[in-house]
Design a protein around this ligand. Structure first.
Ligand code: AKB
Length: 331
């Protein structure tokens, strides 16, 4: 149950949008530490607080504030927002597509009940709220190449269902209560210094590690499975840009963002140019069915038109950046 807050005090301590105090939930997942690093350079180290329920490494503690936050505990969240004078909430906590299918009750708790807490919290304390959505918010009935911003959404995973719910609830709270809700539908995100936690697009991260270690990648998707993908720098920049965009520029609150689309076969060929001894074998599993229901190419023209979204990394830049960053780590 949600406990009501009194507003006189909370709203009067808000900092301006130039130096907001930001709380990142699920901060130890694939995106949190990178986002914290980026926002801290703009807003100041102490103004960006990472949170999670798991214990962080020492270097995370050394880089800036980290606190325990359980998104299933509404009072815990209220206490954090009040005592840390939070203005923006970036809500990353979620079970991804593949892992969600293996534990549906937990996915419902984290992705849906957790979201309800965060939504109500942001409403009560007038926080600007970002919740990531995903290509997984679409399903087999959606047009897949390209997938427009506004179209049929009938996802077949609990992850997708929970993300459509987040999109709709956020947009409802925005219209009904004036909550400043913003959301981007991300493709598969590829990064070298953090790992994805159980998604369908994870192969596109794993192949780089395998290329520089065993030299052999076993891919769980068919060679011709085309999916939208994005390098993490583009992802985090799109997030910052939509959070900073003036309200007047946003004709909607949930945008597709895209950078590139490729198949395992195409990625393998591109990585092999840098690591010629790399081998690949295909052992398809249950993730294939999920991938087959997702967009192949994402239409992000509305983000480009409304607030000027532009990606920087295509497949070539992605492969070079990943390999160059990982070589020293594995040497
Ligand atoms: C997943 O594969 O579940 C995620 C996503 C595309 O949302 N990476």
């Amino acid at each position: 149950t949600f406990q009501k807050a009194s507003f006189q005090t909370v709203s009067s301590v808000h900092s301006s949008d130039e130096h907001p105090r930001v709380l990142i939930t699920g901060g130890l997942g694939q995106l949190g530490t990178g986002l914290a690093r980026q926002l801290r350079t703009t807003f100041g180290t102490d103004n960006v607080i990472l949170s999670d329920i798991i214990r962080p490494d020492r270097d995370i503690l050394n880089n800036g504030p980290f606190i325990f936050a359980d998104i299933l505990d509404f009072k815990n969240l209220q206490e954090i927002v009040v005592s840390h004078r939070i203005d923006w909430l970036v809500h990353f906590s979620a079970l991804l597509s593949a892992v969600g299918e293996n534990n549906v009750p937990l996915a419902i708790r984290v992705n849906i009940e957790g979201l309800h807490n965060v939504m109500e919290l942001a409403k009560q304390y007038h926080l600007k709220l970002f919740v990531p959505s995903t290509i997984g918010a679409f399903g087999p009935e959606s047009p897949r190449n390209p997938t427009p911003n506004l179209t049929i959404q009938r996802p077949k995973t609990i992850y997708g269902v929970s993300k459509v719910h987040a999109e709709l609830l956020g947009e409802y709270y925005q219209k009904r209560f004036g909550l400043d809700f913003r959301s981007l539908r991300f493709p598969g995100i590829i990064s070298y210094d953090s790992n994805p936690g159980g998604g369908t697009t994870d192969y596109a991260v794993q192949i780089f590690h395998d290329a520089l270690t065993s030299g052999k990648h076993t891919c769980y998707l068919n060679p011709d499975t085309r999916l939208p993908m994005m390098y993490i720098d583009d992802c985090l920049r799109s997030l910052t840009e939509i959070m900073m965009a003036p309200k007047e520029k946003l004709s909607i609150r949930t945008y597709n963002v895209a950078a590139m689309s490729f198949t395992p076969n195409e990625l393998f060929a591109a990585v092999k140019k840098r690591v010629p001894h790399l081998e690949i074998e295909y052992k398809v599993d249950g993730r294939q069915k999920i991938a087959d229901s997702w967009p192949q190419v994402f239409d992000d023209s509305q983000a480009r038109g409304d607030w000027g979204w532009e990606h920087k990394f295509g497949i070539q830049e992605l492969v070079d950046t990943m390999i160059d960053a990982l070589i020293p780590i594995y040497e």
